[in-house]
Design a protein around this ligand. Structure first.
Ligand code: FES
Length: 104
């Protein structure tokens, strides 16, 4: 089993209010809560220099604050123009109340 990186406490992530985290060795990440499940993606929009955590979470989608493109927080798929390139998503574990991703 690979090592886990702790990103934040689960209680710090609220529905519709994604949290920006900056773990060593990773690009900036966004942590989301949706229907009691946690999701993690890259925070940088693939269309420009916008942080998705500055945008608007609507259910299982995150809308970019710059041009209104959007992505699925579950799969990273681009769901709304002008976004076309998916964002990277990461498998999430919740360990002792902490949101974690794999270090590998
Ligand atoms: S920078 Fe995100 S939609 Fe353009």
């Amino acid at each position: 089993m690979s090592d886990l990186i702790i990103l934040c406490k689960a209680e710090d992530v609220k529905e519709e209010a994604p949290l920006a985290v900056n773990p060593d060795g990773f690009p900036g990440l966004a942590v989301y809560l949706h229907e009691d499940e946690y999701f993690v993606s890259d925070n940088l929009c693939t269309h420009g220099m916008a942080m998705l955590t500055d945008g608007y979470q609507d259910g299982d989608e995150i809308e970019c604050p710059f041009h209104g493109g959007a992505f699925s927080i579950k799969t990273g798929e681009a769901t709304s123009f002008p976004c076309q390139i998916p964002i990277k998503t990461y498998p999430v574990s919740v360990v002792d109340g902490n949101i974690c991703i794999s270090a590998a």
